[in-house]
Design a protein around this ligand. Structure first.
Ligand code: SF4
Length: 340
């Protein structure tokens, strides 16, 4: 694993991706609204970082912004996305298209049937990036495609490479998507809910595969999910998002053992397999507010069991608590007694 020296001369595990201050706005008929604000995190070489949150938390917008695949009405208004020392937001679109996407960063989507081209064979789709962007000869590209299909656990890859997506099972199609993402040996792989459409057995196989790729090839994975069970299975570090902001960040071990933010506590408390509780589990009342309707102060205040008057009036800062970063007034070391 590559090591670097920081400004103090301390040797650290290197970050392959650093996102700072990332803010994305969407223009709608009702006005312009921020989907995510001031999102920042680092992804270390050969690690898996999970972004977790309910629908509307901003986790998918974050991954699409990194890939610069936002819908037409969306734009990045602030921040940096630094991949291996290079700020992607400084690069011309042509460079992003031909040198970065699919080569240095690749993405696995939730539903492979819609992401794969139904009229091209598996082999044509996997070799496309090698033929178009890496100038590899056709025979060598097909040999590499067979090799990568074998690496992702597809039996008889010499036969499968000539088939079309509709001839494969759902689990097999997702493996093909992963093979497409892997074939160019990217520095970062972004997986956006890649197992949501699969049954639990296939899901477990795909998670095992991603974990093996991380260990064997040192691939760094940004894993977007709403499912904390999946986070526990696959991630080293986790970011919890709520209403467009990161509310808690830390190692999976720390966050699962000692969740600090009331939202994280609520999510974990509602997971049967994590709590071991049988019967009715506690739920978080209410829903994530829409981007056009976010409350003042702490965005979680109308769902939070610990809300106090300061929470409705003042947006909380982020505090370092143990190994975690937490966006909550409860951790303000200077908070007054009356605000508790
Ligand atoms: Fe709850 Fe207040 Fe903390 Fe927000 S700032 S999570 S409302 S205690």
């Amino acid at each position: 694993m590559p090591l670097t020296r920081n400004s103090k001369g301390v040797t650290t595990v290197s970050e392959i991706l650093r996102v700072s201050g990332l803010t994305v706005e969407f223009s709608t008929e009702d006005g312009t609204f921020s989907a995510i604000e001031d999102v920042g995190f680092g992804l270390e070489q050969g690690k898996t970082l999970a972004i977790v949150g309910e629908s509307g938390s901003g986790k998918s917008v974050t991954s699409l912004a990194i890939m610069q695949l936002l819908a037409e009405n969306g734009r990045i208004t602030a921040g940096e996305i630094v991949l291996d020392g290079e700020n992607l937001l400084d690069l011309p679109p042509n460079d992003i298209q031909h040198r970065i996407l699919g080569q240095q960063i690749s993405m696995i989507f939730q539903e492979p049937m819609t992401a794969l081209n139904p009229i091209l064979t598996v082999g044509d789709q996997i070799t496309e990036v090698l033929l178009e962007h890496q100038g590899i000869a056709k025979k060598a590209a097909y040999e590499r495609a067979i090799e990568v299909l074998r690496e992702v656990g597809i039996p008889s890859p010499e036969k499968r490479i000539r088939q079309y997506p509709h001839e494969l099972s759902g689990g097999m199609r997702q493996r093909v998507m992963i093979a497409m993402g892997l074939v160019s040996e990217p520095k970062v792989m972004i997986a956006d809910e890649p197992t949501t459409a699969l049954d639990v057995t296939i899901e477990a196989q795909i998670l095992d595969l991603l974990d093996r790729l991380k260990r064997e090839f040192g691939t760094s994975i940004l894993f977007v999910t709403h499912d904390l069970n999946v986070v526990a299975d696959i991630a080293d570090d986790v970011i919890v998002m709520y209403a467009g902001q990161i509310v808690e960040r830390g190692s999976v071990l720390d966050v699962f053992e000692q969740p600090k933010h009331p939202y994280t506590q609520g999510l974990l408390g509602a997971m049967p397999s994590l709590t071991g509780v049988e019967g009715d589990l506690p739920t978080i009342p209410g829903v994530v507010p829409s981007i056009a309707n976010r409350p003042s102060g702490c965005r979680f205040h109308n769902r939070c069991p610990f809300a106090h008057p300061r929470c409705t009036a003042e947006a909380p800062a982020v505090y370092r608590v143990g190994g975690q970063d937490v966006r909550c007034h409860l951790f303000d070391p200077h908070r007054s007694e009356e605000s508790q």
